[in-house]
Design a protein around this ligand. Structure first.
Ligand SMILES: Cc1cc2nc3c(=O)[nH]c(=O)nc-3n(C[C@H](O)[C@H](O)[C@H](O)COP(=O)(O)OP(=O)(O)OC[C@H]3O[C@@H](n4cnc5c(N)ncnc54)[C@H](O)[C@@H]3O)c2cc1C
Length: 361
């Protein structure tokens, strides 16, 4: 077997590492000159979104021998709406760095891959398909899957973020639900150290949102973040992503092509989390090639989570600021905290079941 992996990101490297562990020698083709050569940002794996798995980092390590060192374990999540605030405490998940940083998750995975990475690759999918028996499409851009198959694009998102210097607790993250600056979306703050954090807004590109002035939205958010975090934040870097696709492929595997990571549909629509699913799809693709399961079946639970997550997103999108205040206000109680800290049960699945009739457009 000759296996090409297109993309040295989370899913591609996870696939490569798993294949190597079983004696295969895949070649990874990476468009950039160095792994992770893009802006630095902070990301999170939130336990409640990966249930029944509770400890995502431990799970990857024990089940698949993929070892990741997070920046911190999140012990408190503060959630703000226009007029309310909630604080949820517990073992909520893990934060990590992405991009151009020695400790980014892609760099950590790269260090665990011993095989060949062809950097600055300009090979197309079609060219790789000619030269290799198997191709893993791991480019992180669902537009590539859309060219090949019936990929159902559910929405696209505009993301604007900055890296800021300030005074942070690396175990505390914050999120904002406020249509004044993140219409039908959210803002968040993820510390990557005690001195640096990433603050970001992300909102869907629906026609009425596109009419809004992003600079005004951003300025509203930035003022609000400084106010809620009680400090003047100093911006050190900026990034913006437009038309970030959230959707799901129809066929996880076509012939000997495997769609992994964002090309599969790993981003969960509710809050845009995709790292854990991306790594799992890479591992599952490898398992199929190794004869240890069928990719379609292995990814089935991710497809179900995606559909539940979509229901939650559609429900959240319908809430105006008054209702978001009610929602956030109601989170400040022990029952919610217990739900976040319940191990193994999947409360979001039940919530999606209850909200399904309301989520329809
Ligand atoms: C700003 C932002 C914040 C996010 N925050 C979170 C978060 O907090 N939690 C979370 O779980 N998820 C988050 N996500 C989603 C998560 O980052 C993705 O779901 C995950 O990285 C997808 O992994 P992947 O392997 O598909 O792609 P990536 O990890 O992006 O890797 C793709 C790789 O393919 C390479 N490539 C692209 N085109 C080609 C080509 N033609 N040939 C060869 N190589 C190519 C790229 O250079 C890159 O190295 C966030 C995403 C963004 C954009």
């Amino acid at each position: 077997m000759k296996i090409a992996i297109m993309g040295a990101g989370l899913s591609g490297l996870a696939c490569g590492i798993t294949l190597e562990k079983h004696g295969m020698s895949p070649t990874i083709f990476e468009r950039r000159g160095v792994v992770g050569d893009r802006f630095v940002n902070g990301e999170i794996m939130l336990s409640i979104l990966n249930r029944p798995i509770n400890n995502s980092i431990g799970y990857l390590s024990e089940e698949y021998g993929i070892h990741l060192k997070p920046t911190g374990n999140i012990k408190e999540l503060r959630i703000f709406s226009e007029n309310k605030e909630a604080s949820i405490k517990g073992q909520l998940g893990f934060s990590n760095i992405r991009g151009r940083d020695e400790d980014s998750y892609e760099m950590q995975l790269y260090k665990q891959f011993r095989g060949n990475v062809v950097f600055n690759s300009r090979y197309t999918y079609e060219e790789l398909l000619q030269d290799f028996t198997h191709v893993i499409l791991a480019t992180g851009d669902a537009a590539d899957a859309k060219k090949i198959q019936n990929y159902k694009e559910e929405l696209t998102v505009t993301i604007r973020g900055v890296m800021v210097e300030g005074d942070f607790d690396r175990y505390k993250a914050a999120a904002w639900l406020d249509n004044n600056f993140a219409p039908q979306g959210y803002g968040y703050c993820i510390p990557i150290s005690e001195e640096e954090a990433n603050i970001v807004i992300a909102y869907p590109d629906y026609p009425h949102n596109k009419e809004m002035d992003i600079n005004q939205l951003w300025s509203n958010f930035y003022d609000r973040a400084c106010r809620d975090l009680k400090q003047d934040l100093r911006i050190t870097d900026k990034f913006e992503i437009t038309r970030y696709i959230i959707g799901m492929c129809q066929y996880p595997r076509i012939g000997n092509t495997f769609f992994v990571g964002n090309n599969f549909g790993s981003i969960m629509p509710f809050l845009g989390f995709g790292q854990f699913a991306a790594i799992l799809t890479g591992v599952y693709g490898a398992k199929d090639i190794l004869g240890q399961g069928k990719y379609e079946e292995l990814t089935n639970h991710l497809r179900k989570s995606y559909n539940n997550s979509l229901v939650l997103r559609r429900s959240l999108e319908k809430l105006n600021n008054q209702k978001l205040d009610l929602l956030v206000g109601s989170m400040n109680n022990r029952v919610v905290e217990r739900i976040f800290n319940t191990k193994h049960a999947d409360p979001l699945r039940y919530l999606a079941y209850l909200l399904r009739p309301l989520s329809r457009k």
